[in-house]
Design a protein around this ligand. Sequence first.
Ligand code: GLU
Length: 479
Amino acid sequence: MKVITRFAPSPTGYIHIGNVRSAIYPYLLARQNHGKLILRIEDTDRERFVEGATELIEDTLKWLGLDWDEGPIVGGSHGPYFQSERKSIYHQWAQKLIASGRAYADPTPSEVIEKYHKECNEKKMPFLFRNIRPENPPEWKPGIPLRFKTEPKSYTWYDEVMGKMTTGPEVLDDIILIKKDGFPTYNFAHIVDDTEMGVTHVMRGVEYLSSTPNYLAIYEALNITPPKLVSLPHILAPQGNKKLGKRDGAKSVTEYRAEGILAEAMLNYLACLGWNDGTEQEIYTKEELINKFSLERIQNSGARYDEIKLLWLNGQWIRKIVHEDGVSALYRRTESFWPESAKGYDDQYKIRVLSIIYDRLKTLSDLRTMTEYFFSDPKINLTMLTQNKFLQKFSESELENLLKLTISKLSELEKWEANNLQNTLNELLVITGKKPAELFSLIRIALSYAPFSPALNLTLEVLGRETSLARLNLTARSI
Ligand code: GLU
């Protein structure tokens, strides 16, 4: 059996990290089994539809390296891949159910439904439309909702993640198949599409688990063997026991991308949010994930979202790229992340800055705040010197003298190069009798007025002789 999976997002404009995880697992399963991944756009809810949202989804998948075999852009033999263009297909399938007496037009006015809803609430009874099912429904035509005529009974099925599930007849209802506007509901459309597209594994959020018996009833009425069902665990908020929502500080994938989270790190993090291979490994390439992924190791309880872990992983990936492919490989991804002041500086200089600072970056956008002083002179802020924990014990004239000595020693250097600079710095420690934390903090602050900077000799080397000496002089004169 060829594995066919699908990712079926709704184009609502906001790409929650849970949505993306629902794309990663089907992708991994399809690639591992040399199967197919289908991208299907579930755009029948016209009220939630957002212009440009489909392009955003496509772009996000491409960014993450999740290519699809059938769907928008690439085409395929099971199209169209936008549900809004498949109306006639749903209507054909609806006719099958009507013909077998398993679907009926429902002219019940909404007030009647609301009244019954209220009554159920008051009496604490479950709302089941089938209890007020119209006795003599009219013939179905567009403009009237079409409902499934259920036959209440128990269902037992196997969910690849949740295990054996059993439900009683009380969960089955006459769910709507086609809405008044002629568009199908998710409940009906996904069954038709998954069947027509030959999907073998339906992988989606566990929130669809409670509706599964109703889906099974429809499969049965249509004489279709359901695909394998794979419920993906909820992603939980960092605190408490609730689902991760927008208010819990989780950004959309689009925002993370704009902040300089690398695609590899995002993929790695989300793949491991609810799945593990049973080892301690934390860094996975896409290829490793494809090899190691297994349905059996998807966890059946909620997975806690941890942004600190994502940032940590991103830092690991930043280093990994430099170590494996060189600093230029990382540089190619940094274009939009440099501070405004870096405009006009050539690639070579920026690559040098990157090469001494990359191992401190958590996100690429840290470049914006951490490298400013490589491109423009910092504003002198003497309190940073006088209140520094290593420097506060020195008088202003001591600081000035230390700087002057540093300037004169550094000026003697013939070749302004990291090793020579380090030797001079060491020499200065011997001459002044100061500790590295003392002397080096002073020099570091005078050069950058930033909370931290890379190794001092490297910072000096990249800034260059002229800039470094000018900045040290300026501070010496300002004290
Ligand atoms: N369109 C649904 C959603 O975005 C997809 C659910 C599914 O994968 O079947 O939640």
